[in-house]
Design a protein around this ligand. Structure first.
Ligand SMILES: [Mn+2]
Length: 389
């Protein structure tokens, strides 16, 4: 037997409860799997070495549950979590399943729907805080339009911000240790969803009253639905200190939300995402948001869970190999040609540095002649990933 790639709690893997509770229904067909009890899902994930679980309010507490029953369910979730060493790491509010949200929650044209959404979010934040979740995510799946005459996006975003600002104050007022993260997605279920990309969500956070409390939760599949590069999007958030949570999965580009097992479709891009998280020692949980193929039965759900984690661990090992590979590192050193004097001149503006730069003689033709060995670099990366290196 070779390596086991068995997850440890210290790997900080997390799964959305909805990922394993997913029953395989799609817009064209009924469920193919039996319902899975959320408490059973927590237990099983904990036993498999998973560190945390993420949940929607209604994953654990169905709409309309009486208060006494709600408290009992929370207590039970805590007990089971403690017994198998798994905790709630992220909470979120389902503002998309119930038909009341058919035209949005925080951006609905109806003041009553917006108020109900705010009430539901506060209740979900309370549950999240009780279970110890430090991150609360807003995926505005219904915040959007099919008909552009129906909603002014500028007004919608103002309403979105008002809701987030209100909820930030709610968290502060209650003394909860919790931050928010907006999860962007370009479309599906709406024709167009507001805050479609990581960049638009990032810009939105700076317009809020408490930008320090609000970050972004990028999802690989959502990024690839737009045909964008998930490695680039995630690195922008890392660099801005705004990567508050992450959703790992896989997806063919420019299609419906396929939500498949991490690493299954985009090996090289997945590798660079893992590389970014590991090289920057990002402290958050490695959370998976995808679901088992519709063709799986109940047993296959756990193959899906195991597969996501194994792929991450294998790619993490490949990252270490990449970082230690003398030939790869040699090319990288060759590409990253430094110049201490010039770097000093460029590191901050002064009249003197500007004048000195303007007076410098450069030979662009000579500079352009340098070979950049990207053919070799990419082939070596490829061979490393294919296991022949
Ligand atoms: Mn997600």
């Amino acid at each position: 037997m070779g390596k086991t790639y068995k997850p440890a709690k210290s790997d900080k893997f997390a799964f959305g409860l909805w990922t394993v509770m997913n029953r395989g229904a799609d817009p064209f067909g009924a469920p193919t799997r039996k319902p899975l009890d959320p408490l059973e899902a927590i237990r099983r994930l904990g036993e498999m070495g998973v560190y945390g679980y993420e949940f929607h309010d209604n994953d654990i507490i169905p709409i309309g549950t009486p208060a006494a029953q709600r408290d009992k369910l929370i207590k039970r979730a805590k007990q089971i979590g403690d017994s198998v060493g798994i905790r709630a790491t992220m909470a979120t509010c389902n503002m998309f399943s119930h038909p009341v949200f058919k035209d949005g929650a925080f951006t609905s044209n109806s003041a009553k729907v917006r108020a109900y959404a705010l009430q539901k979010a506060m209740n979900a934040i309370d549950v999240g805080a009780e279970l110890g979740a430090k991150v609360f995510v807003f995926w505005g799946g219904r915040e959007g339009t099919e008909v552009d005459s129906s909603k002014d996006p500028a007004v919608a975003l103002k309403r979105y911000r008002e809701a987030i600002d209100f909820l930030c104050e709610y968290v502060l007022d209650n003394g909860y240790d919790m931050k928010f993260a907006v999860e962007p997605k370009p479309n599906e279920p709406r024709g167009d969803i507001f805050l479609a990309t990581a960049g638009s969500a990032l810009a939105f956070t700076y317009t809020c009253a408490h930008p320090e409390m609000i970050g972004v939760n990028p999802e690989i599949e959502h990024i690839r639905m737009s045909g964008l590069n998930s490695y680039h999007e995630i690195c922008q958030l890392l660099e801005a200190g705004k990567l508050f949570d992450i959703h790992l999965g896989a997806q063919k580009p420019l299609r419906y939300d396929q939500d498949i097992r991490f690493g299954a479709e985009d090996l090289k891009e997945s590798f660079f995402v893992v590389k970014a998280l590991e090289d920057y020692k990002w402290p958050g949980t490695r959370a998976f948001d995808a679901h088992p193929y519709r063709t799986e039965n109940e047993a296959g759900v756990w193959d899906f869970v195991e597969g996501c984690m194994r792929s991450y661990l294998i790619l993490r090992e490949k990252v270490a190999a990449f970082n230690a590979d003398p030939e790869i590192q040699g090319i990288l050193a060759e590409i990253n040609e430094g110049n201490r004097a010039l770097e000093k001149l460029m590191s901050g503006y002064s009249r003197e540095s500007a004048a000195e730069l303007k007076a410098r003689a450069f030979d662009p033709d000579a500079l352009a002649k340098k070979q950049l060995r990207y053919e070799k670099l990419d082939q070596l990366t490829q061979e490393l990933l294919l296991g022949v290196r």
